[in-house]
Each structure stands twice: as structure tokens, then as C-alpha cells.
Design a protein around this ligand. Structure first.
Ligand SMILES: [Zn+2]
Ligand SMILES: [Zn+2]
Length: 123
């Protein structure tokens, strides 16, 4: 299987960045930056117009079984299986005990998807 590494809208552009909502890769000409998120055109509009609610805040580490990574996998499935857009915001802080940097992600979805997303991520 050939993996398409060029922008779906600009076949000559191969410097691709992932949309924060749908995880599809586009070139810079197709993307908009808003509140630290990178959005493709339809999702930029949806981000601005939608009513987004936080579902969950989780600690993130590089441990394969961390809640954050599991949630990111669920996020991809929500979009690919159910067409439900969601996104993460990242926060960093320092551990009070050790002074180590900690990374948290907050998971958001549209308010009308909340119940479906909650039941999906609790599976
Ligand atoms: Zn998108
Ligand atoms: Zn493009």
C-alpha cells in the first residue's frame, strides 16, 4: 500500500502537519492556527463555532499504558469510526514533590457528542 505523503489539496506540497481534530495531514496552506491548535479549514470553522466541553483531564507520560496515550488512541478511533471530532489541549507544570516536569492533557468534545464520547472512552 502506498502511503500518500502529499497534501490532499496541494499535491506538490509534502511538508505536512496534522489537523488537531481529524488527524489528517495537510500542508501549511490548508491549515489555521487557533489557541495552540492546528486545524484544517472545516475544523477551524467547527472549532470557532462549536460548543466544546472538557471531558477529562489526564496525566501524560511516555509509558505505553498511560491514560493519556490510551485516550489519544480512542480519539483517533472516535474520528475514524464515528466521525466525532475531539481535541486535546496540553498543560505543563512541575511536580511539587520532585520538581519534575509533568504534562497533562485535557480532552474536549462538542457538547452534543458528550454522552457518546463518554461511553466510548469508558469502554
Ligand atoms: Zn481536520
Ligand atoms: Zn494543502
Amino acid at each position: 500500500m502506498k502511503i500518500n505523503k502529499n497534501c490532499p489539496n496541494h499535491p506538490d506540497n509534502d511538508n505536512l502537519i496534522t489537523c488537531s481534530l481529524c488527524e489528517v495531514e495537510f500542508c501549511e496552506a490548508c491549515l489555521y492556527e487557533v489557541d495552540g491548535l492546528i486545524c484544517c479549514k472545516p475544523h477551524y470553522k467547527q472549532y470557532l463555532e462549536g460548543q466544546w466541553v472538557p471531558i477529562k483531564k489526564v496525566f501524560c507520560s511516555n509509558d505505553e499504558n498511560s491514560e493519556g496515550l490510551i485516550l489519544m488512541d480512542k480519539k483517533k478511533k472516535l474520528w475514524s469510526l464515528k466521525n466525532i471530532p475531539t481535541f486535546f489541549t496540553h498543560q505543563y507544570s512541575l511536580s511539587k514533590e520532585s520538581g519534575d516536569p509533568l504534562s497533562f492533557v485535557t480532552f474536549f468534545c462538542l457538547s452534543h457528542d458528550l454522552e457518546r464520547v463518554k461511553s466510548f472512552i469508558s469502554q
